[in-house]
Design a protein around this ligand. Sequence first.
Ligand SMILES: [Zn+2]
Length: 317
Amino acid sequence: MNRRSLIKRLGIGTLSGLVLGNSAFADTLDQANDIIKTAKHSLRFAHLTDVHMQPELDAPKWLASCLHHVQSHTEKPALIINTGDCIMDALKQPKDRVETQWKLWHQLMTGENSLPLEYAIGNHDCWGAGQKSDPLYGKNYALDMMRLNKPYRSFDQAGWHFVVLDSIQPRTNDGKWYACQLDDAQFEWLGQDLAANRDKHTVILSHAPILSAAPLVVGHLGKTDTGYDLGGGSILNDAERVVTLFTQHPQVKLALSGHIHLTDEVKYQGVSYISNGAVSGNWWKGDRYATKNGYAMVDLYEDGTFDNQYFTYGWKA
Ligand SMILES: [Zn+2]
């Protein structure tokens, strides 16, 4: 149980009115106090994902509302982490349409937001409709717009280690965008990076979920005679090797992603894999199943625990 839910469950706010003397309760309270005492707050950040910016459907107005909501919390986040699909689509769009979408994105992120931004690349951020000879073809367009030198990297903040993965690759069979997986060089780098940072609690960031339960019960997936057949693009194709790597690195506590536009949480082998819903909901057309348009506020603590709270920001059709 995490700190916030423990406090909620115990109703700490009303403790002063309780009669002491119940030893079981006192033990639980001691436990709670221990957790509260030791779990010193490290960092708060907002996790925004799948904004899918476009001029249509009032997307700019609603992203502005979302950014205002993010910045209105009494306890302000130190940064925004955006896990991709910033724009509606670059995969199948001509250059001028891609430019229009990124221009809007930057106008809003500088005009309506004063928080620093970290990015992970999404599939719709990659320009797949251009000529391969164009220097901005594919991932380069996204890198340029996100002001990044490399599609994957790591950094430290407030005592925590952050690993930003590039979960979108060109498909090897037909050369088209996109497959959700890590390339081999990146996977090797990931192993080295985790080995070099064993002493730091770690958050993994990726656009596509590494592990997720929702694709089993939602959307485009068919159940065959042999069991569930996960559609391509649901989770990382190479999730098995990534999850196995994490079992050798218990400092990995949390893996955050987007892509499926659904709130979903799987805890496996000590790692919480959380997909937070999309700022754009169902691509600005409504709720995505039970998930409303929103974003998450994430609190990290010195003892390696965290809270992830999902907030809606008032979007209406
Ligand atoms: Zn998306």
